[in-house]
Design a protein around this ligand. Structure first.
Ligand SMILES: *Cc1c(COP(=O)(O)O)cnc(C)c1O
Length: 495
């Protein structure tokens, strides 16, 4: 049966999965959602011996029904290959009584690789299916992780170009080097003189500029987006929750049908929404536990039913979760208001004009599957330190936020259900914060000097992604003022 997608802000709009992937965002500003959340045709028991690739196929075919088996398998094969440094792709590591689902074994050692290594292939396949002849130009603004993962994913993918903008003084040393050394004939990266918001609004303006779109079309180009509102990023993420469950089952850690809890360090609400979709598919998940850092807008939302972004933005040691507008929450809002696109639109417009909205008591009742918590900077550091002292396992700052919230939830609720924590980055990516948490003296050391030290304490070999940047050539030197982004793009594309 064919599954169509509609906009959260207009139920009358109906597109295929491949059209939704090409468009990214609906023209009314809404997000594409499946007309009906799919259910897996198979039991967990039947899937338990499948490898990651075959599991991904079983999951993705439920969502992307206009892709043929050959197309989908081809995308999966190209994405989840030796770019990952672990054959399991997403290995599940047991530490005491908790399971860490390590989503950071891809090219850029953060969980964004799970989706961004396949999105380019889904997109080029979608372009072919829809007779798009233009070259697709991906424009992305990044605060660090997404940019590199998107560049690595799209590098040398035929029929695509990618241009990434990052704030010149707003990313870590490792992150900047990762981007400026990226190979690929179709890849460009530009440091802008401004902050992430400037980069983000510059990109948005280009997307909305009809005149520019026409100029580009005349030269055979069209823009698309690789950020996490694209359904082509969400769907591949559902797969690893199915995989985590079937591996627990295969390893005899749980009985068939036994429920588990998942804890997800959350920013834009994409990862945890994928877990919610997995639950709907039929994975026995009891609670979805949303973990925030000091930017605890989501925690407050789950407590009170009011989403309020009018607050101070806090810079933390888990920067990929420093976010006050969690875009993907709109997809959950749509579900809990009974798929009412008018109501969703109204709430999102309120958010835009006043910075906040409140859901109805009936809607709040439908959030019973979720729990939420947050971790302060001290608690996050403590979590890294204590877990290392007790077990020798070293985790990154984002994962540590989730680990803290997991412990807090268990203590408060007394819930004994087994927990899977989504582990979203390698500790090597945030080496300074991680090593400082383990030993305060490291706080004064140079970031690069700490890399071999981390190898010593963790016993985990330095990932190739880190070795690569240590002696790689700088290939990108472009910079521009925040108000010259359009001219820069035209220059790059020769338009
Ligand atoms: C992007 C990111 C997150 C947040 O994920 P969302 O899907 O945006 O909620 C958490 N941790 C890391 C390391 C990330 O890069």
């Amino acid at each position: 049966m064919d599954l169509y997608y509609k906009s959260t802000r207009n139920s009358n709009l109906k597109v295929t999965a491949s059209e939704a992937i090409l468009k990214g965002l609906a023209p009314d500003g809404g997000l594409f959602v499946p007309e009906k959340l799919p259910v897996l045709g198979k039991s967990m028991e039947e899937l338990k011996d499948l490898n990651y690739q075959d599991t991904a196929y079983e999951v993705m075919k439920c969502f992307l029904t206009d892709f043929t088996e050959e197309e989908l398998r081809n995308c999966i094969e190209k994405a989840y290959d030796s770019k990952f440094d672990d054959e399991a792709i997403a290995p599940l590591v047991k530490v005491e009584d908790t399971y860490y689902l390590e989503l950071f074994h891809g090219a850029t050692i953060a969980f964004k690789d799970m989706a961004l290594s396949i999105l380019p292939h889904l997109m080029t396949t979608s372009a072919k299916k829809n007779q798009v002849k233009n070259e697709i130009v991906i424009l992305t603004a990044t605060s660090g992780d997404t940019g590199k993962a998107a560049m690595a994913g799209f590098a040398d993918v035929e029929g695509t170009r990618i241009i990434v903008f990052y704030p010149k003084n707003g990313v870590s040393k490792v992150q900047e080097l990762q981007m400026r050394t990226q190979k690929g004939a179709n890849v460009d990266v530009v440091a802008i003189h401004g902050n992430f918001d400037n980069a983000q609004s510059g990109v948005k303006q280009m997307f909305e500029n009809q005149e520019l779109a026409k100029e580009l079309a005349d030269k055979g180009y069209q823009f698309s987006s690789a950020n996490s509102i694209n359904i082509g990023r969400l769907v591949p993420q559902v797969a690893y929750y199915v995989y985590a469950y079937t591996k627990l089952l295969a390893n005899g850690e749980i009985k068939d049908g036994e429920k588990i809890n998942v804890v997800v360090p959350t920013g834009n609400f994409g990862n945890i929404l994928a877990a919610y979709y997995a639950k709907n598919l039929g994975v026995p998940i009891a609670k979805l536990i949303c973990a925030s850092n000091d930017n605890k807008v989501l925690y407050d939302f789950f407590q009170t039913g009011t989403y309020d972004k009018n607050r101070e933005f806090v810079l933390t040691t888990s920067p990929s979760m420093d976010i006050l507008i969690s875009s993907n929450l709109e997809r959950l809002i749509y579900l809990i208001c009974g798929e009412d696109s008018e109501k969703t639109k109204e709430l999102m417009e309120e958010l835009k004009t006043t910075g906040k909205y409140t859901i109805t008591p009936e809607m709040k009742e439908k959030l019973a599957d979720f729990a939420a918590g947050y971790s302060t900077e001290e608690e996050t550091a403590e979590s890294i330190h204590d877990t290392y002292q007790k077990t020798g396992y070293v985790m990154d700052t984002h994962t540590a936020v989730a680990a803290h919230v997991c412990g807090q939830y268990r203590a408060k609720s007394g819930d004994q259900t087994k927990c899977v924590i989504a582990s979203t980055a390698s500790p090597y990516k945030f080496v300074k914060s991680v090593m400082s948490a383990i030993d305060a003296e490291n706080a004064n050391a140079d970031e690069f000097d700490l890399l071999p030290k981390l190898q010593e304490v963790s016993g985990v070999p330095m990932p190739q992604a880190i070795k690569d940047i240590l002696d790689a050539k700088i290939l990108h030197n472009l910079e521009c003022d925040a108000d010259k982004m359009k001219e820069t793009v035209k220059g790059i594309l020769n338009v």
